[in-house]
Write a protein that binds this ligand. Structure first.
Ligand SMILES: [Fe+2]
Ligand SMILES: [Fe+2]
Length: 378
C-alpha cells in the first residue's frame, strides 16, 4: 500500500512525539504558544536565535515557530541562518509576524518559510497549522528514508549479481584465479588517486568511480562465451584461437546490452558495458575489439587496461611464468602513451607499491589457503 495511507503517528521519528521549537523574545507569548502545543508535541522554547541555533541539530525539530520581529536580531537573517544549519534546510518554519503589509508578505513567502500567521492568532489556528507542517515533514522524511532504503537494496542486489556472475566466470576460466578480485582492488586504488588529485575531474565523479569499482570484477564476463578448449588451453593460443578469445569483450558487452534493453534506467549497466567492451583497447588505437583511440576509450576501460595487464604479467599461466612486480612495472611504464592512457599510467607508477601489496594479499595460493580454512571438508 502507498505510504500516504498510513497514519501520521506511524511516521513520527523513533516513535517519539514530534519536537517543535519556538523562538520568541516574549517569554509570555512563548509560554502561551508552548501551552497550546504541549500534549501534541514536545516543545523547546528560546528567546533568541543565538540561543537556539547551537541546539537545533540535537533537538531535531519537526517544525520551528519563529517570531519575525525580535529586538537585536534580523528576522530574515535568522531564517537564512536556520536554513543553512546542518539538517535544518527542509524543517518547516512558521513565522509569527506583527507586520502584515504586502512587502513583508512578499519577502516572507520568498524566504522559503512554510507558513506564517499574524500576532492575533487563535489556539486552533496555531495547533492546526503546526500539525499540518509536522505531518507533511514527517511524511517527507519517511519517504526519503524509504527511497534511501530502496536505493541500498538495489545496490546490494547489483553487488550480489556481480559476485555471482564473477564466480561463474572464474569457474569457467580456470587459469586466472582471483583475477576479478585483484583487478577490482587495483582499479579502486587508481580511482582513489584520481579523485584525490582531481584527475579527469570533468568525467570522473565519485559516483562514476564507485560504479567502475563495482563493475570491475565482471570485466571478463564475456569469457563465458569462449570455448573451453580455447579458454583453458594449457599452451599458447594459435592465431585463430586468439581471434576467438578476442571476442570476449563483444560477448560480454552483448549480454550487458540485453540487460540494458530490458531496463528503463541503467546508468550502472552502461558503465559495466563500457568496461567489458573496452578493457583491451589501447591508447594508440591498436587494441581490440573496436580499435578505439585515446580518450574515445571509456575511462573505465582505460583504468581496467592497466589493472588487467599488471595482473596478467605478475600471474603464472600454463604457458608462461609470472614476472616479478618490478618487471611488470617496467613493462607497463614502457607502454605509457602507446598502450596505456599517459595520465593514468603515471598514476599507476606512483601507486605501484600498493599494487604489489594487493597482489601479495590476494595471491591465488593465499586465497586457496583461505578457502580451505573456510571449508576444511573440501
Ligand atoms: Fe579481458
Ligand atoms: Fe581480465
Amino acid at each position: 500500500m502507498s505510504s500516504m495511507t498510513e497514519s501520521p503517528e506511524m511516521l513520527c521519528w523513533g516513535g517519539n512525539p514530534s519536537r517543535v521549537v519556538i523562538i520568541d523574545d516574549s517569554r509570555l507569548k512563548s509560554a502561551f504558544l508552548a501551552k497550546i502545543l504541549m500534549g501534541m508535541f514536545e516543545v523547546s522554547t528560546f528567546t533568541s536565535a543565538t540561543e537556539a541555533l547551537p541546539r537545533l541539530t540535537d533537538i531535531d525539530p519537526r517544525c520551528i515557530l519563529l517570531d519575525l520581529e525580535r529586538p537585536g536580531e534580523d528576522g530574515f537573517q535568522t531564517i537564512h541562518d536556520i536554513k543553512s544549519h546542518p539538517g535544518m534546510a527542509h524543517v518547516p518554519l512558521i513565522l509569527i509576524t506583527a507586520t502584515s503589509d504586502a512587502e513583508t508578505e512578499r519577502r516572507v513567502l520568498a524566504s522559503g518559510v512554510a507558513d506564517f500567521v499574524g500576532n492575533q492568532f487563535s489556539q486552533e489556528i496555531i495547533r492546526t497549522r503546526v500539525m499540518h507542517q509536522v505531518e507533511l515533514y514527517n511524511y517527507r522524511c519517511a519517504l526519503e528514508e524509504r527511497v534511501r532504503e530502496k536505493t541500498r537494496n538495489i545496490e546490494e542486489l547489483q553487488d550480489a549479481i556481480m559476485v555471482g556472475f564473477s564466480y561463474l566466470v572464474e569457474q569457467r576460466d580456470l587459469t586466472t584465479s582471483g583475477h576479478a578480485q585483484r583487478t577490482q582492488s587495483y582499479v579502486r586504488c587508481l580511482i582513489r588517486e584520481c579523485l584525490e588529485r582531481g584527475i579527469y575531474a570533468q568525467e570522473l565523479t565519485p559516483e562514476l568511480g564507485m560504479a567502475i569499482v563495482r563493475a570491475a570484477p565482471l570485466h571478463d564476463m564475456g569469457k563465458v562465451g569462449v570455448r573451453d578448449a580455447v579458454l583453458n588451453k594449457l599452451s599458447a593460443l594459435t592465431s585463430d584461437e586468439f581471434e576467438e578469445m578476442k571476442q570476449h569483450p563483444v560477448f560480454g558487452a552483448t549480454a550487458v546490452g540485453r540487460m540494458i534493453d530490458a531496463l528503463q534506467d541503467s546508468a550502472f549497466l552502461k558503465v559495466l558495458r563500457n568496461m567489458v567492451l573496452s578493457h583491451h583497447e589501447r591508447w594508440d588505437g591498436t587494441g581490440y575489439p573496436l580499435g578505439l583511440h585515446g580518450r574515445s576509450i571509456p575511462l573505465s576501460g582505460r583504468l581496467m587496461a592497466i589493472a588487467d595487464v599488471y595482473d596478467a604479467l605478475i600471474s603464472r599461466r600454463p604457458y608462461k611464468d609470472a614476472l616479478t612486480h618490478e618487471q611488470a612495472v617496467l613493462m607497463i611504464s614502457e607502454g605509457i602513451g602507446t598502450q596505456f592512457d599517459p595520465i593514468l599510467g603515471h598514476i599507476f607508477m606512483e601507486c605501484a607499491d600498493e599494487f604489489a601489496d594487493i597482489a601479495e594479499r590476494l595471491r591465488p595460493e593465499k586465497q586457496q589457503e583461505q578457502k580451505e580454512e573456510e571449508n576444511p571438508a573440501q
